[in-house]
Write a protein that binds this ligand. Structure first.
Ligand code: HEM
Length: 488
């Protein structure tokens, strides 16, 4: 009653809650998309709920995506929200521990290394890593077996990303100390650290020790590369590009910033890509018929002897591409994107203005599962991405047809009002989209060559989602029955 009586009609409706600090934190945290969809049905696209004591205003749908993700820099701010979490993990002076203009320059430096030429050299490296992994892994010995696929995909992701983006010397260290250190760094990303990032808790102490140690490993590698003058062999990787980058003010990127960006890149990509590849494997186990189609697609388009995979080959495998697209539609790892409000923001077409005391929450996954744009939205149907399919998405434009803008890190689509934005939009848009596509498509193609998957009980059910970490992923154990293809 109090909430109804004292409702401010210039602000979006607030979801009823009994306890002021907890608010809707628990119901949101258990299943964010479900919470958002249920409340969207009651309140419309724009409403407010209490998340960890903070008034959090959601704006979903295509207009909401545009309002938040394309918000002007004077209106919305990202670093204010995320720096408490990311600075202890990545280190000082990078990403959200610096002004936005510096992040835009850093993104540009990192993006320059993500060229088609680089991707060409990455595909054989990723293919090799995947084959070697399955040859060596004790869990894939013999002709068939059952495995919890998530930790396997996490390892394959870190081996392939570190080898391609950071060079072989760093990749080799993941067989030694780096894997454990990254694990400790990861603990800094638990949502509870939004509040307890500063506390002298055991996992925070381990995080701080890991950050210093990992940064030193990178700085030593940079130093030794410089001393050897031997950069040619690594001329495609990001470390090489950063070592040769200069800010607009003439300052060369300092070694500690290179080290911290290397951590940021691996952490940014690791969770998203490994969650996505795990989901793909889970989906394929539920649909062995589609896994078989993928295999046949390679035979048909690349040749029955399945030659070593190249970057060009990936473009000849439309279903292989659609698998990644469709999985990201239903299982985007970043379900909520937060922004601080810097000045009151009127919501076009309503009488609402979002005050600076609120946090904004964008959830592009909601429009990606809206039947208005994606008929039969809960169905995982990679074929819907074929142009004339019955379930084909409407209003998802081809990127190449869209008007572009440069926020300082290269051209990106000007509008953010698309229903399908698994890589975000605007100035904070992902720079790793193409890399992730190359990495994921190569991993899928290689797995399909070696294995047939199915659910352990032979059913087509798909496991639920774990929302306890910042990046959502399949609930574990996500057990899959695997069988080697004849002669594999
Ligand atoms: C930003 C998704 C892989 C590096 C983002 C954002 C999303 C996203 C939604 C926007 C966040 C925001 O607006 O606050 C994904 C998904 C991936 C993926 C779904 C894989 C399937 C990668 C990879 C890299 C990477 C592989 C690095 C090579 C970044 C960076 C940003 C970003 C540097 C910019 C952050 C900012 O400007 O605030 N990503 N990402 N991502 N991503 Fe990715």
């Amino acid at each position: 009653i109090q909430q109804l009586l004292f409702r401010n009609h210039n602000e979006p409706p607030v979801i009823f809650h009994l306890f002021p600090i907890i608010g809707s934190t628990i119901t949101y945290g258990m299943d964010p998309p479900r919470f958002l969809k249920e409340n969207r049905a009651k309140f419309g696209d724009c409403f407010t709920f209490i998340l960890l004591g903070k008034k959090t205003t959601v704006y979903v749908g295509t207009q909401g995506n545009e309002f938040i993700l394309n918000g002007k820099i004077r209106d919305v701010c990202t670093e204010e929200i995320y720096t408490v979490l990311t600075t202890p993990v990545f280190g000082k002076d990078v990403v959200y521990d610096c002004p936005n203009s510096k992040l835009m320059e850093q993104k540009k430096f990192m993006k320059i290394a993500l060229t088609t030429e680089a991707f060409r050299s990455y595909v054989p490296i990723i293919s090799d890593e995947v084959s070697t992994y399955f040859k060596k892994s004790a869990d894939f010995k013999g002709k068939s077996g059952t495995v919890n696929i998530c930790p396997k995909m996490a390892q394959i992701t870190i081996f392939t990303a570190s080898h391609t983006l950071q060079g072989k010397e760093i990749r080799d260290k993941f067989d030694e100390s780096l894997a454990d250190l990254y694990h400790d760094l990861d603990m800094g990303f638990s949502p509870v650290n939004f509040m307890l990032h500063w506390a002298p808790l055991p996992w925070n102490n381990r995080r701080d020790h890991a950050q210093r140690t990992v940064a030193k490993i990178y700085m030593d590698t940079i130093k030794s590369r410089r001393e050897r003058g031997a950069v040619e062999a690594n001329s495609q990787d990001i470390m090489y590009h950063l070592m040769n980058s200069t800010y607009k003010n003439g300052v060369k990127v300092p070694d500690h910033e290179i080290a911290h960006m290397m951590i940021a890149l691996l952490m940014a990509g690791q969770h998203s890509s490994s969650s996505t590849s795990s989901w793909i494997m889970v989906r394929l186990a539920a649909r062995p018929d589609i896994m078989e189609e993928l295999y046949q697609e390679q035979i048909k388009n690349l040749g029955a002897d399945l030659p070593p995979l190249t970057h060009e080959d990936l473009s000849k495998l439309p279903l292989n591409q659609a698998i990644v697209k469709e999985t990201l539609r239903l299982n985007a790892p970043i379900h909520s994107i937060l922004r601080a409000v810097k000045q009151p923001m009127p919501v076009p077409g309503t009488k609402f203005a979002i005050p600076t005391s609120h946090v904004l929450l964008s959830a592009p996954g909601i429009s990606a599962t809206d039947p208005q744009y994606f008929p039969n939205p809960d169905l995982w149907d990679p074929h819907r991405w074929e142009k004339d399919a019955v379930n084909a998405p409407s209003l998802v434009k081809d990127e190449s047809e869209e008007e572009k803008i440069d926020y300082g890190y290269g051209m990106v689509s000007k509008g953010a009002a698309s229903p399908y934005l698994p890589f975000g939009a605007g100035r904070h848009r992902c720079i790793g989209e193409q890399f992730a596509n190359v990495q994921l498509q190569t991993i899928v193609a290689m797995v399909v060559r070696e294995f047939k998957f199915r659910n352990v009980d032979g059913s087509d059910t798909v496991i639920g989602t774990d929302y306890t970490s910042l990046f959502s992923r399949p609930l574990e154990p996500a057990n899959i029955y695997w069988e080697r293809r004849d002669g594999a």
